[in-house]
Design a protein around this ligand. Structure first.
Ligand SMILES: Nc1ncnc2c1ncn2[C@@H]1O[C@H](COP(=O)(O)OP(=O)(O)OP(=O)(O)O)[C@@H](O)[C@H]1O
Ligand SMILES: [Mg+2]
Length: 134
């Protein structure tokens, strides 16, 4: 499900890197939850930041994991035995990319079951391109 606020501002970012963040988060939501789990992509402006949310209605992360999941090579208990497990690098790379854009990234629990990964990027005034001289 995609839910974007109308009139989102333009941001100056490295588009390939930010696309990598979205890919990693969407892949996690698909890979670390049961097949058929609802996945939502949302974006809105809050306090001069553009907040992007990739969340799923799968299993909840325990609060003890809220920071650990961003550490290099950290994988959940199931992933350590699962056949399709990755190396546990995706979220640490996501957080590094967001930090390079002077943003921040965190995770929240969804009441009733689910995990909400969020990142906020500062909104700067993008200078207007001067009109070409006649
Ligand atoms: N949407 C999610 N729901 C539940 N657990 C998650 C979710 N996303 C990540 N996790 C947990 O956080 C751990 C770390 O995620 P991370 O993306 O860093 O590594 P990974 O997906 O295991 O491997 P990869 O390096 O291929 O991304 C995962 O192993 C999983 O236990
Ligand atoms: Mg991953």
């Amino acid at each position: 499900v995609i839910d974007l606020q109308a009139d989102l501002p333009l941001l100056r970012v490295d588009a390939a890197l930010v696309a990598q963040v979205l890919t990693n988060l969407l892949e996690n939501a698909a890979r670390h939850t049961r097949s058929g789990t609802l996945i939502r992509l949302r974006a809105h402006v809050h306090n001069a930041e553009l907040v992007t949310v990739v969340e799923d209605l799968g299993a909840e992360l325990s609060p003890a994991d809220f920071e650990r999941v961003f550490e290099k090579f950290h994988r959940g208990a199931e992933e350590q035995v699962g056949a399709g497990a990755g190396p546990g690098l995706g979220l640490s790379i996501c957080r590094a990319i967001v930090a390079l854009h002077r943003g921040r990234m965190w995770v929240e629990q969804i009441a009733g079951g689910g995990t909400s990964f969020r990142f906020a990027l500062p909104i700067e005034q993008v200078p207007e391109v001067p009109a070409e001289a006649p």
